[in-house]
Write a protein that binds this ligand. Sequence first.
Ligand code: AMP
Length: 216
Amino acid sequence: MRFVFLGPPGVGKGTQSSIIAKKLGIPHIATGDILRKAILDKTDIGLKAKAYINAGKLVPDEVIIQVMNDRLKEPDAKSGYILDGYPRTIAQGDALAIQLLASGKKLDQVVYLVLSDEVLVERISGRRVCPSCKTVYHLIYSKPEKEGECKCGVPLVQRKDDHENTVRNRLSVYKRETAPLIEYYKKLKLLLEINAEGSLGLVNEKIEGLLKVCPS
Ligand code: AMP
């Protein structure tokens, strides 16, 4: 099974796609996570990506396409995956199509999560993450038991690119660069549009109901 999760920053792609990947027993491959790890490890890719990420801009296509072509060749991705945050441009969509064709595989579905801009900004600017175990919290909707601290005991942080100004920039980048993929996948009859308003559990039920592949 091969799924792409598409949608604006803050819509819940990461949370929802990782829940579904776990249920299906396939890897959850998130370009944002790969890049943030590369930055921490100070690799060449990390050094190239850092300034773009902190400014809320997209990392250049050639960098991302190389990273993902390599990642998708790893053994754990052979029998399927969920892509979260890739593709984000038409050029990346084409690169993924070429990669799939070359390996004789196809995408099953593109899950497109939709939400209004106001709710997106509120969701992202209240987001806090654990730099250690990567658990994601929200100051209003998903508070940690102990204020400012993850369940694993590590102090929570706000991602640099989650500050309000950067969020607005990320939303306009999304509309310009990524939204054209909606038509792209619609034409390929792969798009499954889902309203992402409501609680995490409710949205998860909707996605699972429509995908019809998750064991209940
Ligand atoms: P995310 O965690 O998916 O919100 O990604 C965080 C940041 O990583 C984005 O704002 C971009 O700067 C960068 N990034 C992640 N995925 C991609 C991609 N497919 N293409 C270009 N830049 C990306």
